[in-house]
Design a protein around this ligand. Structure first.
Ligand code: ADP
Ligand code: GN1
Ligand code: MG
Length: 357
């Protein structure tokens, strides 16, 4: 069914031309022309309860707004502002598959993708670290789990095993080496979940999708302005946010680069992000969390790799793809990084020690 975007926008009292926007793998993002707003169709195959999801975003952005106001900042710029519909809701449901929301457009900002510099990474570290710090006293229990077991790596391994056993697309034989690698690495999958279960790793409010393109940077100064894409903000570990950011942040190539010779782990990129992140969170994080930061980079990259591999085996139903091999290309890319991250864990620990001293 094609959507009448003018009708959707009119529910938010907006009249404007609209075009596609952004490079996300999950939702559909559009931008209006004048005045500028971001319109998004929430992927309800993935986010099963968009009402709870919007409630999380409302709560978290309100909490951040207060903190920004208290220090004299501009809350409309430093966090997302949800636009209400004419009936006062923070979403518009056209039908079960078309669930829309609108945010104020945060102007004079830029997003960074694979063209990132070390300065961008440092600024991103500050941005995600500050986000973590600002939400340190947020009441964790208020948040809904928008995707169940999102960063539960052992559950992700189970899903992979199920996909292998089912082999719906007959693809298992063609990716045997990738599967072997993924299953070999499963031995380290439970480190963070076990730490949380035993109480060694604290549960915090985390973003859980800390790709560098989920931060808006000031177009002039390059400083982090706002953390966006808040769909997965929920209970988690700070290790998820740190590790996931460096999954792409410390790679020398794009997430779907197929020439693996140019996909390398960059320790200087790691250092730049870690400096920014720890400048904001050094006093918030526990000793155990700080010690596990290098490991988290490998863990989250592995987890994302097995998610891509699982989706490939299941017939590409989760991540948007732009070519038939897209998910297996992404998985191989991530596994290449996992190998290099494993080789660099000790060096990463030296960097963290140096920063924290
Ligand atoms: P996805 O879940 O698809 O990744 P995002 O919420 O990250 O969607 O939005 C996609 C892109 O749209 C972002 O990378 C950013 O460039 C842009 N964007 C999103 N929200 C805003 C906003 N409020 N102001 C300006 N740009 C935005
Ligand atoms: C998805 O929506 P986007 O593109 O920011 C995914 C992340 C993955 C990422 C891989 C809700 O993020 O978990 O790490 O793709 N988001 C969800 O690029 O699954
Ligand atoms: Mg995004």
């Amino acid at each position: 069914m094609s959507v009448d975007f003018n009708a959707v926008l009119s529910k938010f009292s907006i009249e404007s031309k609209i075009s596609d926007y952004g490079n996300g793998h999950i939702n559909d993002t559009y931008c209006t022309e004048t005045p500028k707003y971001i319109l998004q169709r929430i992927n309800t195959d993935i986010f099963k309860n968009p009402y709870e999801l919007m409630e999380n975003i409302e709560n978290v952005t309100q909490f951040i707004r207060k903190k920004v106001e208290e220090r004299g900042g501009d809350p409309d710029r430093e966090t997302l502002t949800i636009m209400k519909t004419v009936s006062g809701d923070n979403y518009y449901k056209l039908d079960d598959n078309n669930f829309f929301r609108v945010y104020k457009f945060i102007s004079d900002t830029k997003t960074v993708e694979n063209d990132k510099t070390y300065d961008d990474l440092y600024n991103a570290g500050i941005g995600f670290g500050r986000f973590q710090r600002m939400l340190d006293d947020f009441p964790v229990d208020v948040l809904h789990e928008t995707i169940v077991d999102f960063h539960n790596t052992p559950k992700r391994v189970e899903n992979l095993k199920k996909a292998i056993a089912e082999d719906k697309m007959g693809r298992v034989k063609e990716v045997k080496a990738d599967i072997d690698f993924a299953l070999e690495c499963a031995e380290f999958a439970d480190v963070v979940t076990n730490g949380i279960a035993s109480g060694d790793i604290p549960v915090r409010v985390t973003h859980n999708d800390t790709k560098i393109n989920n931060i808006l940077f000031d177009a002039n100064t390059g400083e982090a302005v706002a953390v966006i894409d808040l769909d997965t903000v929920m209970q988690g570990s700070a290790l998820y946010d740190f590790g996931d950011a460096l999954r792409m942040g410390a790679s020398t190539a794009a997430e779907d680069e197929v020439n693996l010779d140019i996909v390398n782990f960059d320790i200087e990129a790691f250092e730049a992000f870690a400096k920014g992140f720890l400048a904001e969170t050094k006093d918030v994080l526990t000793k155990t969390e700080i010690e596990l930061l290098p490991f988290s980079v490998k863990l989250l990259t592995y987890e994302c790799g097995i998610r891509f591999l699982t989706d490939y085996l299941e017939g590409d139903t989760y991540f948007k793809i732009h070519r038939p091999s897209h998910n297996i290309d992404r998985a191989r890319n991530q596994f290449r990084l996992v190998r290099e991250m494993a080789d660099n864990e000790a060096r990463m620990s030296d960097v963290i020690r140096e920063i924290c001293k």
